[in-house]
Write a protein that binds this ligand. Structure first.
Ligand SMILES: *[C@@H]1O[C@H](CO)[C@@H](O)[C@H](O)[C@H]1NC(C)=O
Length: 209
C-alpha cells in the first residue's frame, strides 16, 4: 500500500507539477561570471499564450496524447503512460479539470481548479507554496481537434498535446515536437500516451479543487 501511495505521489508530482525542487550545487566561485542566457532560458522568458485564444471554447472532453517533460521521478518510478482523458468544465472565472486515468488497475479522477487570468489563453494553478504555482498557457488550438499547452512551474516547462480524439494531424505533432525542442525537451523526454483502454468512469476521486 505504501508503494502505491508513493507511486501515486510520483505521478501526481510530475503530472501536476509538484516536482521536488532540484538540489542546487553549492559551488563556491570567487567571481562568478554573469551567466549567459541559454537559448532554452530565452524561450522560457518569451513564453506567451497564442493570440486570440478563447478558453471557453476548450470546454468538454480531451484525450492526453503526448507529454514532453523532464521529470526524473516520473522516469524512475516505473511510470506507465496509461490512457488519460480530461474534462474541462468552464465557468466565468475557473476551469475545473477532471483528469481520469488508471493507477494500479483503479480508475482515478483527479479534480483541479485552474483559475482564469487577465491574459487570454493563460490559466493559473495555485500551489501549496508560491513556488508550486503553475502558469498554464494554451499555445495553439483549433478547439475541435487539438490543443497545445505549456505548464510552467518554477521556470520548468512541461508541454502537453491534447486531442479531441486519439489522433491529431501529423503537422501538429511535428509542431509540438519542434516547440518542445526549444525548451530543451527532445524526443527522449517526449512520451506518447495510448489512445485505447480509457476508463469509462472514475472509481475513486482525488478532489484538489
Ligand atoms: C463537469 O460537469 C459535469 C456535468 O455537470 C459533471 O458531471 C462533472 O463531474 C464535472 N466535472 C468536473 C471535473 O468538475
Amino acid at each position: 500500500m505504501i508503494r502505491f501511495w508513493l507511486y501515486l505521489f510520483f505521478v501526481l508530482a510530475c503530472l501536476s507539477f509538484w516536482e521536488p525542487v532540484e538540489t542546487r550545487r553549492a559551488r563556491y566561485k570567487p567571481e562568478p561570471p554573469k551567466p549567459k542566457k541559454t537559448e532554452t532560458q530565452k524561450a522560457i522568458d518569451t513564453l506567451a499564450p497564442g493570440q486570440n485564444i478563447n478558453i471557453d471554447q476548450m470546454s468538454g472532453k480531451w484525450h492526453l496524447l503526448t507529454v514532453a517533460s523532464r521529470c526524473k521521478n516520473l522516469l524512475e518510478s516505473g511510470f506507465k503512460t496509461e490512457s488519460t482523458s480530461l474534462t474541462w468544465n468552464i465557468t466565468a472565472d475557473t476551469v475545473t479539470v477532471g483528469t481520469v486515468r488508471k493507477l494500479n488497475f483503479v480508475c482515478w479522477e483527479i479534480k483541479q481548479n485552474y483559475m482564469k487570468t487577465k491574459t487570454p489563453g493563460q490559466l493559473f494553478l495555485k500551489g501549496k507554496r508560491p513556488s508550486d504555482n503553475v502558469d498554464i498557457m494554451v499555445l495553439e488550438t483549433d478547439y475541435s481537434t487539438y490543443a497545445m499547452l505549456v505548464f510552467k512551474r518554477a521556470e520548468k516547462i512541461t508541454m502537453k498535446l491534447y486531442g479531441r480524439s486519439g489522433e491529431v494531424p501529423d503537422n501538429i505533432v511535428d509542431k509540438f515536437e519542434d516547440r518542445a525542442k526549444t525548451f530543451n525537451l527532445g524526443l527522449d523526454v517526449v512520451f506518447q500516451f495510448p489512445d485505447y483502454g480509457f476508463c469509462e468512469s472514475a472509481e475513486k476521486v482525488l478532489d484538489l479543487t
